[in-house]
Design a protein. Structure first.
Length: 762
């Protein structure tokens, strides 16, 4: 089938003994009809001059059998319908010219059967009816409908037949389909499985047609009739959900006639008026369709044109048979019919297969596909030795794990989130989004109840013996002994005068080992009773925590801080001493040089043998210089050792602090924030354990800087800042990371480093 088709047009003459050879001439190639007429003078009298008009068509059907007519006209259209193309075969012409004979044929003679019974037969064999069970690739379902348009009224010619399917009840109406075609609402569709069933319906409909008698035809059809074969074809083997539909419209139009010629009156005359009117609208529609510049085609002017909308100019293979008389007496009507045929030939259609997708079947197909792909994935996972991954929706417990991991990651206590599936990735991103939105909400909601000065007071309250500070790297670097010396030495002697060793006994080290799941569960249960509707502020809670559950780690932290301060003082003192020695050395060197210059000017530096000569004063100076250098070296070594200890002390302090904050955060969450359902999924050995909570929130409690405190108070969950801070700390000192996944045993080993042991011994 072409993508772009012209309507095929044939002319068929009704057999007659008085064929007007001088007026109607068929070319030898049987594709052109020429009509010759005597000219009529101005006075209305015929003269001997002839006028001719030629019409080029697709074929002339003159004196040929019904079988040949079917082969030439309808066969390809019927086959197209089986392939999914819509098709229309339409007979047009003067009353009695042979339209019904062409379309339906003589019902009493099998040989003279027309296009409709032959098309039915073609459907029946071999493709559709008979071999319906034998065909392995496609199944067809065929339905028939028979519509009559009488005086602009739609009539279902098969309404009396049982077994029809009607989508809508009520009066018949032509309706536009969403996909662009048209259908007749309320018209019954009759499923057929055998040729005979189909023929029965045809004949039943024929019987119901309205027929009138007039001068030209004893059994004249007084209406337009559209016999439609609806075909649906589905693949038996393909798992895709597409199916193909088509409809084959076989149209027997009412006769075009001049009222004077039919000699009709009354009812028949009124019918003729309707018929002429609708045929005139058909002509107008054809004219519009043939003119490609016309955007609007007046299909809705009549029921006929509206019902034939997608048969005339749509995606349809359309064929017109123009039925004419051969007699001279009908030459005017013949000419008129041929003009109509010529216009129709200019109409183009765009045949295309009507593919549809069955939504239910598509869902089934996709489900099967998904199942197969899941199996494929599992198979590849097994081959690649990957852990078993499920590709189903995440359960609530799995979602809770994801949430916990994301929180830990944001808090910096988890280095990475292991990706296992797309669903998990989506859940992770959803959690990131949630976290972000929560923070945004909290920032919006939090009233600025505390001013900077209030915050400062709060910080100062926290400051003192129990105040924790995590110094930033820059702070550490800038914390020179000269700056903090006086203050820290005083503080150190006043508050931490108990000794200069790091107090890490075995029992204390155990505190740094993370609690077992059972212990944590127990403690969470104990603390659950502390829950109340409004959780206490974190600052209050932190104070309570330090004095109760976090007492031991807090004590160790304080002790380590005091040792750190001592070391810093030592470092500062040593730096002062070294600088002072260095200055002495420089002075001695310049004194020595001056002395040597003086002696050289007196010429006493070298003996007669050329050996350098030293006097007593110079020797004394040199001995002093060497002594100063030795001192310098010793102090410098001590300085290096003290620096290492300071660094290590800082690490311990950081670690203790992180631990304190982290455990406080867990305790706070479990005691006041986490709902019972979430706590319920904290199971022994399960992936979610108390303690996998953001350290950033705990860090928010530290009070070294006013800014920290303000953010903390105004927005305890303003974690972005602290996340960034925490990450920086982690980057700079990765071993300080508090991670539930890292072995705390390793951290404990670090606390026992030889440097400290050596220091303790001193
Ligand atoms: N090609 C033909 N061969 C034999 N008989 C024919 C042929 N064409 C028409 N006839 C006969 O002519 C008569 C009128 O034909 P038909 O009823 O098909 O005309 P029609 O165009 O359908 O008329 P109407 O528009 O009034 O219904 C019928 O008796 C039919 O058998």
């Amino acid at each position: 089938m072409n993508a772009h088709n012209e309507v095929r047009v044939y002319v068929r003459t009704r057999p007659t003994a008085q064929f007007a050879q001088e007026l109607i001439e068929y070319s030898p190639d049987k594709q052109t009809v020429s009509v010759h007429q005597r000219k009529i003078s101005r006075k209305g009298v015929l003269n001997n001059q002839m006028s001719s008009r030629s019409f080029r068509l697709n074929g002339v059907l003159h004196n040929i059998s019904q079988e040949d007519v079917y082969r030439q006209v309808a066969h390809s259209v019927v086959l197209g319908a089986l392939e999914g193309y819509n098709g229309t075969v339409m007979c047009f012409g003067q009353t009695g010219a042979g339209k019904t004979f062409t379309m339906t044929g003589a019902s009493e003679s099998y040989k003279q059967r027309g296009i409709i019974p032959r098309a039915i037969q073609e459907f029946s064999s071999p493709q559709v009816f008979y071999e319906i069970d034998n065909r392995v690739d496609h199944t067809f379902s065929v339905h028939l409908s028979f519509l009559e348009i009488y005086n602009e009224t739609l009539v279902d010619l098969l309404s009396s037949v049982k077994g029809g399917q009607t989508k809508h009840c009520g009066t018949l109406a032509v309706v536009e389909e969403p996909e662009g075609g048209v259908s007749v609402k309320g018209l019954s569709l009759h499923p057929v499985h055998r040729e005979e069933e189909a023929l029965n319906l045809l004949f039943e409909g024929e019987m119901n047609k309205i027929i009138g008698e007039h001068a030209l035809n004893k059994h004249s059809s007084r209406s337009h009739c559209i016999f439609t074969v609806h075909v649906e074809s589905r693949s038996r083997t393909l798992s895709n959900a597409t199916y193909v539909t088509s409809k084959l419209n076989l149209v027997d139009l009412a006769g075009s006639e001049r009222l004077s010629k039919t000699g009709s009156e009354g009812q028949v005359q009124r019918e003729a008026l309707y018929i002429n009117k609708s045929l005139s609208f058909l002509e107008q529609a054809i004219l519009a369709l043939a003119d490609r510049r016309r955007e609007h085609v007046p299909f809705r002017q009549s029921k006929l044109t509206h019902a034939l909308k997608d048969s005339l100019g749509g995606n349809c293979n359309t064929v017109l048979v123009a039925n004419i008389y051969g007699e001279a007496a009908q030459i005017e009507e013949t000419l008129s019919t041929l003009r109509f045929a010529a216009r129709m030939k200019c109409v183009c259609t765009e045949p295309s297969v009507n593919k549809h997708i069955d939504p239910a079947l598509q869902v089934q197909t996709l489900q099967k596909e998904i199942q197969l792909l899941k199996q494929e994935l599992s198979f590849h996972n097994t081959l690649a030795n990957r852990a078993a991954v499920t590709y189903e929706d995440l359960t609530e417990a799995q979602l809770a794990v994801v949430k916990s991991e994301v929180q830990s990651y944001l808090a910096g206590t988890l280095d990475e989130i292991t990706i296992v599936s797309i669903r998990q990735i989506q859940a992770v991103f959803a959690q990131f989004k949630n976290a972000f939105q929560e923070q945004e909400q909290q920032l919006k909601k939090t009233p600025s109840t505390l001013s900077m000065s209030d915050a400062k007071e709060s910080v100062e309250e926290m400051d003192g013996e129990n105040r924790f500070s995590v110094p930033t790297s820059s702070q550490r670097q800038s914390e020179s002994p000269s700056r903090s010396k006086a203050k820290k030495v005083k503080e150190s002697s006043r508050k931490n005068g108990q000794g200069d060793h790091l107090t890490m006994t075995q029992s204390e080290m155990e505190i740094l080992v993370p609690p077992s799941a059972a212990e944590t569960k127990e403690s969470a249960r104990d603390d659950a009773k502390k829950r109340c509707d409004t959780p206490p502020s974190k600052m209050e809670a932190f104070e309570v925590y330090k004095s109760e559950r976090g007492h031991e780690i807090n004590r160790i932290l304080k002790e380590n801080k005091s040792v750190l301060k001592e070391r810093l003082v030592q470092l500062h003192n040593l730096t002062g001493i070294i600088n002072s020695i260095k200055r002495d050395i420089d002075h001695m060197r310049s004194d020595l040089q001056l002395y040597r210059d003086e002696r050289q000017s007196q010429g006493h530096l070298v003996s007669a043998d050329g050996e350098p000569v030293l006097d007593e004063a110079e020797v004394t100076l040199l001995i002093k210089l060497r002594g100063a250098k030795d001192q310098y070296r010793q102090n410098y070594e001590e300085l290096l050792s003290t620096k290492a200890e300071v660094q290590y002390c800082r690490h311990l302090v950081d670690q203790c602090r992180m631990r304190l904050f982290s455990e406080f955060e867990s305790w706070y969450n479990e005691s006041f924030l986490l709902p019972d359902e979430v706590l319920a999924i904290f199971k022994d050995g399960g992936p979610i354990r108390p303690g996998l909570v953001p350290v950033d929130k705990a860090l928010a409690l530290e009070g070294d800087e006013q800014e920290h405190a303000e953010l903390l108070v105004d927005s305890p969950s303003a974690t972005s800042f602290y996340n960034a801070y925490n990450r920086t700390v982690q980057r700079r000192a990765p071993h300080c990371t508090v991670s539930r996944r890292s072995s705390m045993g390793t951290d404990t080993d670090k606390l026992k480093s030889p440097a400290i042991v050596t220091r303790r011994g001193r």
